[in-house]
Design a protein. Sequence first.
Length: 149
Amino acid sequence: MENTQTYVISQLAMITGLSDRTLRNYIANGVLQGEKINGMWRFTPEQVEAFVVHPEVRQSILIKNKSLVYDFLLDEYKKEDEACLILDLPGADQETIMETIALKINGGTYKNIHFSFDGNGKIPRVILKGRMNDVLELANAYRNAVSEK
């Protein structure tokens, strides 16, 4: 696995919206396959793909996505400018999405950013929720990455 891009539990939690504990339960039940290296679970893109298309997992992810948007709409007591952006990306390369958004979030100083990715429907969908400037910065980073290709 050393030469392959891998994901850790915290990244998978960010991508799916599922908690660390839920992901560890899926590992224990054999639904999520990975490799423990130096005490840390690692997952290849293929393992992540197999996990998110599992019917039970897919349903959980869709519920989390809907609740993310619904909670945003119901919150009438925001303390700063916030945005909730849904990007439907027909023909988008999932690897580009992950590299430009998920990895940027992991390497950045974003606070209270929520990211959800569903690449298993007819059209890949990304949901970003958080501080307005952060959400727009991430959306622009994706747009710039796509325009460079």
